[in-house]
Design a binder for this molecule. Structure first.
Ligand SMILES: C[S@@+](CC[C@H](N)C(=O)[O-])C[C@H]1O[C@@H](n2cnc3c(N)ncnc32)[C@H](O)[C@@H]1O
Length: 246
């Protein structure tokens, strides 16, 4: 039996969870600070930064990752996309700097929703283990990036040690799932636990980026209880077709 939710079922579960989402993540030590750190890591090494640069926030949820991008890359034009109407509605209701727009779309259907490149950077926080075809979405993202543009993935992607998995399971079973069950979101947060356990380790996911044609791929740790559990994985669309520096 699998406890994983996909596509419409997952969007419906996030619609329901939207109401309690901000309170749950606010109780997670380091959640917002870690997103800001990953967003700054994404900004490092970009060919151009600031006014006018275009950034895609894929799976923006209630806007926590969007806020991290707006702080790390002031002046950027941010297109924030999510498949869940409920999550997106919460995000859009918040105050945002000029240049931030929200689009309802699945990561697998961006072109149909009018989301077009080129982007200077793409950020995906807690998205990839939720999509049914991560390699397909990685290919789409690579093609949406301008040459030299960067992808930053912020994800619960385990480090590969037994203790990483044990800590993750203890946090989910001991803290997250009891609270989520009270909110009526038990199914989504059981999915959260399984989706991490069944997804790539951080190094394996980095391998997917390389196989999709990204270069300058790096796996970077995050501190706190998320050590060995949450990582930033960055990569770059090569500056030239054959990967050689222009
Ligand atoms: C765990 S939340 C993270 C939200 C936000 N990035 C953050 O850091 O707080 C994951 C979000 O990804 C969205 N999502 C999941 N699968 C998706 C897909 N295939 N296409 C677009 N959005 C998706 C969900 O609706 C949800 O809002």
């Amino acid at each position: 039996m699998t406890l994983l939710l996909r596509d419409e079922d997952l969007a419906t579960a996030f619609d329901h969870a939207a109401r309690g989402y901000d309170a749950l993540v606010a109780a997670n030590p380091g959640y917002h600070a870690h997103l800001r750190r990953s967003a700054r890591r994404l900004g490092l090494g970009l060919p151009r930064r600031g006014e006018g640069m275009r950034v895609l926030d894929l799976g923006c949820g209630t806007g926590a990752s969007t806020a991290a991008l707006a702080a790390a890359l002031p002046g950027a034009r941010i297109v924030a996309v999510d498949a869940s109407a409920g999550m997106l509605e919460r995000a859009a209701a918040k105050p945002w700097p000029d240049g931030v727009t929200f689009v309802r779309a699945a990561a697998e259907g961006l072109a149909g929703a009018g989301v077009e490149g080129p982007f200077d950077a793409v950020f995906a926080a807690y998205l990839f283990r939720n999509v049914s075809d991560p390699d397909g979405v990685l290919t789409t993202v690579r093609d949406l990036l301008a040459p030299g543009g960067r992808l930053g993935v912020h994800e619960y992607a385990l480090g590969g040690r037994r203790v990483d998995r044990a800590v993750w399971t203890a946090v989910c079973r001991g803290v997250v799932q009891p609270v989520a069950s009270v909110l009526g979101d038990g199914e989504l947060y059981r999915h959260l636990h399984r989706s991490v356990v069944e997804f790539d380790t951080a190094d394996r996911f980095a391998g997917r980026l390389r196989a999709t044609g990204f270069d300058a791929v790096r796996v970077l740790p995050l501190p706190g209880w998320q050590t060995g559990i949450t990582h930033t994985i960055v990569g770059r669309r090569p500056r030239t077709e054959n990967g050689a520096e222009a």
